[in-house]
Ligand binder design. Structure first.
Ligand code: ADP
Ligand code: MG
Length: 615
């Protein structure tokens, strides 16, 4: 077994690595660190994502630099802001015992003046996105003359993202004697060309398989309306009782939200994103590795480190902003020669992007029909039956009870017995899926506009004119926070300290969750269903609160039996007992306002005057 301490790193660096809990170098680290420590050759390292490339270049880089002077000697180019921050933070950890080490990360989307003053304070290593670095070069705040090492991290992604010219420009301006180290998961022609132009006789290292859009991945997609996505996700998961997968979401917030909602509904899921502490992340990852977690909801960046075999499905809750990420996402499944399925759930507006992605990845995407409630029930039923077949009987443990069990069940025929056993679990799904709507988007059907239908839920939101809002700005704020269509928002009435926003009933729950995650001017926003019944467009009151039309999101959970449970714990899938009460209900009742909605309503009214609720 190779240890970090035997690779030739300075003791203070080896110590820092040890403190990180890295017990032994990964294969790419083991093979590249000794070469890079010689500091004499250009270098090209190819290894799959998540194999530890950051330390493979970061440790030798720190080992080489002179931290007793402030001159910038190392430059690392990364494709995205997140990666810049991550690489900087990783290298700061590696250099935690290295005196005088300063790093700065520069990337777009953040104030340039702050970055300039950081650079002026002096940093031996700059981690940069190519675009922002070019900006800084143009402003002459960055001096590349003394750079000794240039690292191109995730080179394939940088080139995919169109940074080729920028990279060439930057490299041609690092005029001193330098080494270029290139790290990549794949080796497309463009990477090869950069290597040929800017590297001299590089040492080439390939570890394991390169990332490819694997042939054994099946790519499927489902089309559903934007407001049905979450239900479609659940449907798809329920149709795969043995799923062990990763759900990709766009942002940290979305990741957290999806995970929380899944957990609330009894799924065995958890979130992985950059706002979690390293300790929290490790905990989640360990559970996932050990299969005690079935569904991991992750951002692209957080998922980079994941190298878990046997992942059956990757689910794209939305199309990645950077289409190239799709390959990285889908590559989490079908590892080590296994088969895997990559699912993308799109709304009608995303179909164009899906086609682009299809062209880019050269993969064939097959459209599939979102399973119906009946399909899911059938699938689950046979899963139960299959489990009965497979279950190993612990004879000695069950023996003492067999007599009593027989006695209790003796009046049942074999057929009755079978039916009853199967129904223990099956009933939950039957209950849950009775009246389940068709979630497939049908373009030929004229879209049912919720605005016209008047099926809105009125939501109390704790911002108002006092916060500087008028109708227009609140409308835009709400749209920004939610990604809904304009037609999903009905009337808005503003009060001094709060407002009422009508939201398409099927979206109300999601809307409230979303709003509660927002801050406005440092204040957390409160949102909840207003006690008032929603009004229909034509002025009448057609619907009961949370009327029954909105399918899953609105109707079923709003109305109906409040404690319809989604217990899924029964057959070894979930580690959570499944009595997740209808979340909408219980949340409302526990709200900060206390009391029933009626009380809450009159309380507001009393506080704020009597004309509050006229439209
Ligand atoms: P890559 O750049 O190859 O995609 P990273 O450098 O981001 O991979 O590393 C992926 C994950 O593996 C990170 O969470 C990192 O902390 C962890 N890691 C890296 N090297 C080791 C090691 N030697 N032992 C344990 N974990 C490691
Ligand atoms: Mg990396």
């Amino acid at each position: 077994m190779t240890l970090f301490s035997t690779l030739g790193l300075k003791p203070e660096i080896a110590k820092a690595v040890e403190e990180l809990g890295f017990q032994q170098p990964t294969p790419i680290q083991e093979q590249s660190i000794p070469v890079l420590l010689t500091g004499t050759r250009d270098f090209m390292g190819l290894a799959q994502t998540g194999t530890g490339k950051t330390a493979a270049f970061g440790l030798p880089l720190i080992n080489h630099l002179n931290f007793s002077i402030k001159t910038t000697q190392g430059l690392i180019l990364c494709p995205t802001r997140e990666l810049c921050m991550q690489v900087k933070s990783d290298l700061e950890k590696y250099s935690s015992h290295t005196k005088g080490a300063h790093l700065v990360a520069v990337y777009g989307g953040a104030s340039i003046s702050g970055q300039i003053s950081e650079i002026k304070r002096g940093a031996q290593i700059i981690v940069a996105t190519p675009g922002r670095l070019m900006d800084l070069m143009e402003r002459k705040v960055i001096n590349l003359a003394a750079i000794r090492y240039v690292v191109l991290d995730e080179a394939d992604e940088m080139l995919n993202m169109g940074f080729r010219d920028d990279i060439e420009f930057i490299l041609s301006h690092v005029t001193g004697e330098k080494n270029v180290w290139l790290f990549s998961a794949t080796m497309p022609r463009e990477v090869r060309q950069i290597a040929e132009r800017f590297m001299v006789d590089p040492f080439e290292l390939t570890v394991g398989h390169k990332n490819t859009t694997a042939e054994n991945i099946k790519h499927v997609y489902y089309i559903t309306r934007a407001n049905h996505k979450f239900d479609a996700l659940k449907r798809v998961i329920d149709y795969q009782p043995d799923i062990f997968g990763i759900i990709f979401a766009q942002t940290k917030i979305e990741t957290q939200e999806i995970a929380e909602k899944l957990i609330r509904e009894g799924y065995n899921a958890d979130a992985l994103h950059g706002d979690l502490s390293q300790q929290q992340r490790d905990k989640v990852m360990n559970r996932f590795r050990q299969r005690s977690l079935q569904l991991l909801v992750a951002t692209d960046v957080a998922a980079r480190g994941i190298d878990v075999n046997d992942i059956t499905h990757v689910i794209n809750y939305s199309i990645p902003d950077e289409l190239e990420s799709y390959t990285h996402r889908s590559g989490r499944t079908a590892r080590a020669g296994k088969k895997g399925i990559s699912i993308t759930i799109v709304n009608p507006k995303e179909v164009g992007k899906l086609r682009q992605m299809e062209r880019l990845t050269k993969a064939k995407f097959e459209k599939e029909i979102i399973p119906s409630g009946v399909d899911v029930c059938e699938k689950q039923l046979f899963h139960i039956i299959n489990n009965v077949h497979k279950v190993e009987v612990n004879d000695s443990a069950i023996e003492p009870y067999v007599g009593r069990i027989m006695e209790e069940l003796q009046d049942l025929t074999k057929e009755e017995l079978i039916k009853k056993f199967a129904s223990v679990e099956f009933n939950r799904f039957l209950n849950y899926y009775k009246n389940a709507p068709d979630l497939n988007y049908d373009a030929s059907q004229k879209e049912f506009s919720s605005r016209d239908s008047g099926d809105f839920t009125r939501v109390f939101v704790s911002v108002g004119t006092m916060d500087g809002f008028d109708k227009g700005s609140l409308f835009r704020f709400v749209l920004d926070c939610t990604n809904y269509n304009k037609t999903d928002i009905g009337r808005i009435s503003l009060k001094n300290a709060y407002s009422f926003v009508e939201v398409s009933s099927s979206l109300a729950e999601q809307f409230i969750d979303n709003m509660r995650n927002q801050q406005y001017r440092g204040r957390k926003i409160r949102a909840e269903v207003s006690g008032e019944e929603p009004r229909s467009r034509d002025g009448g009151r057609k619907f009961e609160r949370g009327g029954d039309r909105g399918g899953f999101g609105g109707g079923r959970r709003n109305g109906g039996s409040g404690n319809e449970s989604r217990g899924r714990g029964g057959y070894g899938r979930s580690d959570r007992g499944g009595s997740s009460r209808s979340s909408f209900h219980s949340k409302g009742e526990k709200s900060s306002f206390g009391g029933s909605r009626k009380d809450k309503f009159s309380k507001n009214k009393g506080k704020s005057g009597s004309d509050e609720f006229s439209y």
